[in-house]
Write a protein that binds this ligand. Structure first.
Ligand code: P6P
Length: 341
């Protein structure tokens, strides 16, 4: 038989239905929520792919809660994800990097919804104008309040309480990668049929790697242990395949995705400009930390497991060390050993 008939194409929708049994407490709601995110991702993908052509490029002139310039695509992506989540009926509120306050969803269809979504609709947006890969990161929780208006406390749950987490990377191809606690699976968008198709089943990160990702421009402000670890990465040692390669795209999703596939570590320590770290706990660090753990890796703030951190505000930041288990464990050991300096 011709080989093209042997390869079974599994779309995201088919996969979610086939894995329905993974969510014993859900009767299809979580599946529909993931479907809604997939739909918005396709719409955002269409605009990202033509950003250079349409007038959507460039600044909106406004800035988001982080005080960062909002690119038009940021705003567009935020609108698309919130719109898809609002009309899907399974989400009752959204916490977005682009909105200072949480966004309650009060549509009639969502009145019995039981999930809340934390999202960075377009991370790395400073790279939009220079055609570098960018991404969306999302995290899904069950609401903790039983009825009535959504409270901020519904979002301030530890990462261990997530029911689903994922990211979309808009790169040389567009991929959606997610976990519901039963491993990590990657889907590549096939534009010819407009479907995300299973391309990376059961993704696993190598226990160690030869890539480190960090903005070395902040070197003088790094904790001593991080400085010593960088010296370790850069030293000559054939037995441990050093020096490692420094790869830093300036787009978290792109650096994370490469390290997930090849092995490596991404580090964003506290710096003078970002004394609590730059990356946000709710919609960047927690979802990626769950994904990396589900793929066999590790994520911490330098000493504490990211998923165990108790959030106290929607946009709180944390230092982040994430990637291959042995590499994260090693930098934690360096940080501890040199903590007195
Ligand atoms: P810096 C993008 O703004 C982002 O949130 C991540 O995607 C990226 O890894 C990091 O910040 C880059 O920050 O300070 O190195 O430019």
């Amino acid at each position: 038989m011709n080989s093209i008939y042997k390869r079974k194409v599994v779309t995201l929708g088919q996969f979610i239905i086939e894995r329905q049994a993974d969510f014993p407490y859900a009767k299809g709601e979580l599946s529909r929520l993931l479907r809604d995110i997939g739909i918005a991702a396709k719409i955002v993908n269409r605009e990202v792919n033509k950003a250079g052509l349409a007038d959507i490029l460039g600044d909106m002139g406004s800035s988001n809660v982080q005080g960062e310039e909002q690119k038009k695509l940021d705003v567009f992506a935020n609108e698309q994800f919130i719109s898809a989540l609002s009309s899907g009926g399974e989400c009752c509120a959204v916490a977005s990097e682009e909105n200072e306050e949480m966004v309650p969803i009060s549509t009639e269809v969502a009145k019995n919804a039981k999930y809340v979504v934390c999202i960075d609709p377009l991370d790395g947006s400073s790279n939009i104008d220079v055609n570098v890969s960018i991404g969306t990161i999302f995290s899904i929780y069950r609401r903790t309040t039983l009825t009535g208006a959504i409270q901020e406390s519904d979002f301030l749950q530890k990462g261990t309480e997530q029911v689903a987490a994922g990211y979309i990377i808009f790169g040389s191809s567009t991929m959606l990668v997610y976990t519901t606690g039963k491993g990590v699976n990657g889907f590549t968008l096939d534009p010819s049929i407009g479907e995300f198709c299973l391309s990376h089943p059961d993704m696993r990160i190598p226990s160690t790697g030869k890539i480190y990702s960090i903005n070395e421009g902040n070197y003088v402000h790094f904790p001593e242990g991080v400085k010593q670890y960088l010296k370790y990465c850069q030293a000559e040692d054939a037995a441990t395949k050093r020096p490692y390669s420094s790869r830093y795209i300036g787009s978290l999703v792109a650096d994370f995705h490469r390290n997930l596939l090849k092995g490596g570590i991404y580090m964003y320590p506290a710096t003078a400009k970002s004394p609590k770290g730059k990356l946000r706990l709710l919609y960047e660090c927690n979802p990626l930390a769950w994904i990396i753990e589900q793929a066999g890796g590790k994520a911490s703030d330098g000493s504490t497991r990211i998923l165990e951190l108790q959030p106290s505000s929607l946009h709180q930041r944390t230092p982040l060390f994430i990637g291959s288990t042995e590499m994260v464990a090693q930098v934690e050991e360096y940080i501890s050993r040199f903590s007195h300096k």
